[in-house]
Design a protein around this ligand. Structure first.
Ligand code: AHM
Ligand code: MG
Length: 337
């Protein structure tokens, strides 16, 4: 039987199951091609002159790497001409990018973190791209970039598709169109994504956790309690030994959880209180939360299901606790007591 490429998967979802529209199929294919282009640029590393600082800061005041800027440009250029989008928003841009007048406008909004895990770029550790797709509300004001922001402020439950690419030893694309989670692997010779896993299911239980332990002294009490109990292992209240992993690329940490379960936490802490958290809601937490829930896991701030947060601004940050359901339920229980 012929390989199931991304194009074929999307065509089948459109034709047989009516899950997606022709425009959404086109949008996802374009994003996947942009991810291939980013993967190629990353693969060149020091030979391609793509490593190092860009010499600029993004809207969040973070120093941009050359690959942050390049990946953002690749995604913008790939997506602006096709007629499938009303606007785009990115971690690397203060305001949304509206579609230039010379191109037709479509009904979707695309949000992305073009290069997640920026601190890992120069050290040759896995990094990725995260994206989220929303429908543009009818009658939305897209006349200026500033006005367009309001169209994006929809809860994560409104996402019609979400995904991420991990640029690791292999490049994988993990996708949901609201019909479960599927994984594609980039066949570099053919230049296309091929389906390698369907119906991804995250085990409900786990013995693996991911958190930046350097922030321990700043954590809130429920997180202190939970991590302390995990560290006590078999002889503690949880009755089992845990292992810890922290890649510092959310895409890689989430992909490990997709593959074998686990819990990932970037909680609120006293240092982050003023900004609401570390990770961004609209293009990091929401797409990951949708993927995790579609794979049978859970995603919470500790106090609230991430997908139900009504966003107040485009670059809003939130606490993130996601992964194996029983462990996420345990720590949200600790938040309630
Ligand atoms: P980025 O989008 O600028 O790369 O920041 C997000 C990243 C996540 O991928 C990762 O989970 C986290 O920041 C790592 O933070 P820390 O450096 O505190 O470990
Ligand atoms: Mg990021």
């Amino acid at each position: 039987m012929a390989e199931r490429t991304l194009a074929r998967y999307l065509t089948e979802e459109q034709r047989n199951r009516g899950v997606i529209t022709a425009d959404l199929k086109f949008l996802i294919e374009i994003v996947s091609r942009a991810c291939q282009a980013i993967s190629i640029a990353i693969g060149k590393g020091g030979l391609g002159g793509v490593l190092g600082e860009a010499g600029s800061d993004n809207v969040q005041g973070e120093a941009q790497k050359k690959l942050d800027v390049l990946s953002n440009e690749i995604l913008l250029e790939a997506n602006e001409w096709g007629g499938h989008l009303a606007a785009m928003a990115s971690e690397e841009m203060d305001l949304p990018h509206t579609i230039p007048n010379r191109y037709p406008q479509g009904e979707y909004l695309l949000l992305f973190d073009p290069l997640d895990g920026s601190s890992n770029i120069d050290v040759n550790v896995s990094i990725g791209t995260i994206f989220s797709v929303l429908k543009c509300p009818e009658g939305a004001d897209l006349s200026t970039a500033a006005a367009a922001e309001a169209a994006f402020l929809q809860p994560g439950t409104a996402q019609v598709a979400a995904g991420y690419a991990v640029y690791g030893p292999t490049t994988v694309l993990v996708l949901t169109v609201g019909d479960g989670v599927v994984v594609f692997t980039l066949d570099r010779e053919q230049g296309q994504f091929v389906l390698t896993q369907e119906n991804v299911q995250i085990p409900a239980d786990t013995q693996e956790f991911a958190i930046n332990m350097a922030n321990q002294r700043f954590w809130e009490a429920p997180v202190q309690r939970y991590v302390h109990e995990m560290q006590q292992g078999k002889t503690g209240p949880l009755g089992k030994d845990y292992n810890m992993r922290w890649v510092a690329s959310m895409v890689a940490d989430v992909h490990r959880i997709m593959t074998r379960g686990g819990i990932f936490m970037y909680p609120i802490d006293s240092k982050l209180q003023g900004q609401g958290g570390k990770l961004r809601l609209m293009y990091e937490a929401n797409p990951m939360a949708l993927l995790i829930e579609q794979a049978g896991g859970a995603a919470s701030t500790g106090l609230q299901r991430i997908l139900e947060i009504k966003p107040g601004k485009l670059h809003q940050r939130v606490p993130v606790i996601l992964g194996s359901k029983n462990e996420v339920d345990r720590i949200t229980g600790y938040h309630r007591t």
